[in-house]
Write a protein that binds this ligand. Structure first.
Ligand SMILES: *Cc1c(COP(=O)(O)O)cnc(C)c1O
Length: 488
């Protein structure tokens, strides 16, 4: 066939489009991507993915290679995260969000079967639990109860969990560690509370599950499926498993709870549908890539890459002891840090974390600003900037520390951004129901946000809007912004 365009031209066009992207290798992007820093490893992942390009994960009996790779991955995860317990089973999913949603579906359906109740069960999470659980509760129609975390350590408190447990709670979520602050919840204690009441406990190890097994620390800091009372655990291989996006694992201690996240139907005239995942047809490319990476690294390789992150995280944490006006939030366990203004410093010596990350961005670093978060008990988690450290970060750590120090020097004493008061007052008078697509676009324009341009430039003002607008209004505006950004 004569193509409309020459393949070489098409690929050069793609390369040209890619120049607009944040740099996915080299260590200057400290979120979204997890770079082992080993070129041969990403080449291997790419080559494995290509070999699986034509497969369909819809039916592993037709393509047993997929079943074999999934078995290998679950077996490895069982060794690493469940002490090799042969009764631990699991599924390969498309990502952390899908793993979390399926864990919630399993808990909801198990709760329904046990109680035969008509009303909605509750999903009990801490305020730092990943937003994927908000999404799961929304889509699967559970009541979401959000507990405040300790505002100093950003950890969930076992006593709060105990006090909130009721017969309506289908599942509790704890993080290992949390995405925003890298805080490891006291999982053994929470598990004890949940086990005593026979309530399921999901450990969200999406980000930390493939790091903490090799992260040095006290032996008694137990958080995985070897802890009695932990019923399921999620871990993303497209994070610290260095696979391309599209692969996560969801493990269960109990076969019945595992089966409860599946879906099967014979009630249509087509092929029998039997899916462990939300997707039907699904790519085997990330599975093959994740499998190949795990084959190459093995536990020894993952341990070595974690050792590099331990060194780098130590270096960066030490740097914050010397940078006046900023501090690390809590006592993070793992390669994730949240940086806040240091309230112990006088106002004129403090550094606003968002002004700071904007200044670091001018130096070519992409950090991730996070909004301040008021909790239900009146305490507030401060605004922070998030850093995800990966193995590649070690290759740029001197430059990074120098830039972070310089950015703090440039922004020390500069007040943080506030949303324009008249804008916030106006927004408070609009109900989300009034926010049609057209009105939302008008409000975005008033705020100086232009979806067609995207989000190049300082983020502090946008984060201030997210902090100060009523959540339903901010959420509707964000949808409008991104939807218009994507419109042809
Ligand atoms: C990334 C992450 C998720 C969600 O994962 P996606 O792969 O982005 O869907 C859930 N929980 C934690 C702790 C995470 O870091």
């Amino acid at each position: 066939m004569q193509f409309r365009l020459d393949p070489t031209d098409i690929l050069s066009r793609l390369d040209a489009l890619r120049t607009a992207d944040a740099p996915t290798s080299g260590g200057r992007l400290l979120s979204y991507v997890y770079d082992s820093g080993i070129a041969e490893l990403s080449d291997l992942a790419g080559a494995a993915a290509l070999r699986a390009q034509s497969l369909n994960g819809l039916d592993p009996t037709t393509f047993p290679s997929i079943a074999a790779m999934e078995r290998d991955l679950v077996a490895l995860a069982r060794d690493v995260l469940a002490g090799g317990d042969p009764d631990v089973v699991g599924s390969v999913t498309s990502g952390g969000t899908e793993s979390c949603m399926l864990a919630v579906k399993s808990a909801r359906d198990t709760w329904r079967a046990r109680t035969s109740a008509e009303h909605r069960p509750t999903l009990l999470v801490g305020s730092t639990a990943h937003a994927a659980f908000h999404k799961a509760a929304h889509h699967l129609d559970l009541r979401l109860e959000v507990l405040p975390v300790d505002p100093v350590t950003a950890r969930l408190r076992p006593d709060d969990v105990a006090a909130a447990l009721s017969p309506d709670v289908a599942m509790v979520v704890a993080s290992a560690p949390s995405y925003p602050h890298g805080a490891l919840d006291p999982i053994a204690e929470i598990a004890r509370v949940c086990a005593a009441r026979e309530v399921a406990l999901h450990v969200d190890g999406c980000i930390g599950g493939w790091v903490l097994p090799w992260w040095p620390g006290p032996e008694n800091r137990r958080w995985d499926l070897t802890v009695p009372g932990v019923s399921s655990l999620s871990v993303d291989l497209h994070k610290y498993g260095y696979a391309p996006k599209g692969i996560s694992l969801l493990l269960f201690r109990d076969r019945d709870r595992h089966r409860a996240h599946w879906f099967a139907t014979t009630r249509w005239p087509g092929y029998a549908v039997v899916n462990p995942t939300l997707l039907g047809s699904r790519s085997a490319m990330p599975i093959a890539a994740g499998w190949a990476v795990a084959q190459a690294l093995g536990e020894k390789g993952f341990r070595e890459l974690v050792a590099a992150m331990v060194r780098t995280t130590g270096r960066i944490r030490e740097a914050f002891d010397r940078i006046e006006g900023l501090r690390v939030v809590g006592d993070p366990v793992g390669p994730l840090l949240a940086i806040a203004a240091d309230e112990r410093a006088p106002a004129e010596r403090r550094v606003d974390p968002h002004r700071w990350s904007d200044a670091a961005e001018d130096d070519g670093w992409a950090l991730q600003p996070q909004p301040r978060h008021p909790q239900s008990d009146g305490t507030v988690l401060p605004r922070t900037t998030h850093l995800t450290i990966t193995p590649v970060t070690e290759t740029v750590v001197d430059d990074l520390v120098a830039s972070l120090t310089k950015a703090a020097d440039r922004t020390r004493g500069v007040a943080g951004a506030r949303a324009p008061a008249e804008f916030v007052a106006a927004a408070e008078n609009i109900g989300p129901a009034d926010l049609t697509s057209e009105i939302s676009a008008g409000v975005l324009a008033l705020a100086g946000l232009e979806p067609k341009v995207g989000l190049d430039g300082p983020k502090a003002d946008i984060l201030a809007l997210v902090e100060e607008l009523p959540a339903p209004v901010a959420e509707r505006l964000l949808i409008e912004f991104l939807a218009r950004f994507l419109e042809p």
